[in-house]
Design a protein around this ligand. Structure first.
Ligand SMILES: Cc1ncc(COP(=O)(O)O)c(C=O)c1O
Length: 365
């Protein structure tokens, strides 16, 4: 048995998402680029590259990783590039999408050799959480004023619009796209390609994949554009667990267990978005609050029901931990960094990364 904590990527579960992505590409003609901000564990990139068209990025480091480790088509995007980064960014990218007209014109000369695009902000999104809402008031994410975009149309051939967030509701996607078509139609007609970003949960169980594909195909046909999607979460959802071990038991009015991991260090989004972790099946007569081992008082994975009483040394599998987890892990409290392991299609386990004291020490100076 591998030493916990470790993230365990299950390739057969990952393949289920990949097959849906491949089907969507076939049915719709859209291209699918993995959003590295969500998942950048490159040991499975070769596997994913058979089903996806490439990667998209949010920084110089990501575009370089996408180009060197995933290959295929590489999109560069960043909220803002620095002068000293831009040449290297361009050297790794097939397309560069600028967040603002100001960045586009600033780097016009350096980016002249590759395909260029601009991010549009349609002012509407599916997010209900202000922190993650790209269309929040005064948002810096993309241009929205058509009269300002028109004069720079000669510099670009496409757009990126990312306004879906955890959106599993096809009707909502459809109605927002219709609004975008109405509002930005004249610009879209002049484009050769449009990326509709990520945030669409089309690999979910009940998502109407055929209707989604038909809608993308219609959009592509009406405006004469190659459609791109940038799935992050949809590509890796339900593929990975975080395996932890019970280190201690307490009773403080509730039964508590402390495990050898921490949400602040290893599942940071639970804290940011105030969500509970998931365990499966989460059923049985023994209820515990599962707590992390950092000093943060609220370092709590959640309260779950277990079939048997938990004992020190027992293992717990935290579900669905691929997205925005490994890319955000940190050394808070010096808590042992989870290893990364892969369950191959034949069921065998392979550890692809282990972290030790040297990694902790080297993360600082
Ligand atoms: C521009 C862009 N593309 C793609 C994504 C990936 O989104 P998700 O992981 O929700 O699919 C994001 C997420 O924030 C994004 O900002």
């Amino acid at each position: 048995m591998l030493q916990t904590p470790y993230y365990l990527i299950d390739k057969s579960r990952l393949r289920a998402n990949m097959e849906k992505i491949a089907k969507l590409r076939d049915l719709s003609g859209a291209k699918a680029l993995l959003a590295l901000k969500c998942f950048a564990t490159w040991s499975v990139f070769d596997f994913m590259a058979d089903y996806m068209d490439g990667t998209t990025s949010s920084s110089l480091n990501e575009v370089r990783l996408g180009h060197t480790r995933f290959g295929k088509e590489t999109h560069a995007y960043s909220v803002a590039y620095a002068d000293h980064e831009i040449d290297e960014v361009v050297s790794h990218a097939d397309k560069i999408i600028f967040n603002s007209i100001s960045q586009l014109t600033r780097f016009e000369r350096q980016s002249a050799g590759i395909i260029r695009g601009l991010r549009l902000n349609p002012g509407v999104s599916s997010s209900t959480f202000d922190l993650a809402d790209p269309a929040r008031p005064f948002s810096r994410l993309g241009e929205w004023d058509i009269s300002r975009v028109e004069p720079v149309m000669d510099l670009i051939s496409g757009f990126m619009i990312h306004n879906n967030c955890e959106n599993g509701d096809f009707e909502l996607f459809d109605s927002m796209l219709s609004r975008i078509e109405q509002e930005f139609g004249p610009l879209l007609k002049r484009a050769e390609w449009v990326s509709l970003g990520g945030g669409i949960h089309f690999t979910g169980e009940d998502y109407p994949l055929e209707k989604f594909a038909e809608r993308l195909k219609r959009f592509s046909g009406d405006f004469g554009v190659q459609v791109y999607l940038e799935p992050g979460e949809a590509a890796i959802t339900r593929s990975t667990t975080l395996e932890v071990t019970v280190l201690d038991k307490l009773f403080n009015g509730k039964d508590l267990v402390v495990v050898d991991s921490s949400i602040e260090a290893h599942l940071l989004d639970l804290l940011i978005y105030r969500e509970s972790a998931k365990v499966h099946p989460d059923a049985g007569p023994h209820r515990y609050m599962v707590c992390g081992k950092s000093c943060l008082a609220g370092d709590v994975f959640g309260e779950f029901d277990f079939p048997e009483a938990l004992e020190i040394g027992d293992r717990i599998s935290i579900q669905d931990t691929a997205g925005y987890t490994m890319v955000k892990k940190n050394w808070f409290n010096g808590v042992q960094m989870p290893s990364i392991a892969i369950r191959e299609l034949d069921g065998s386990l392979r550890t692809v990364r282990e972290f030790g004291y040297a990694d902790y020490e080297e993360s600082l100076s």
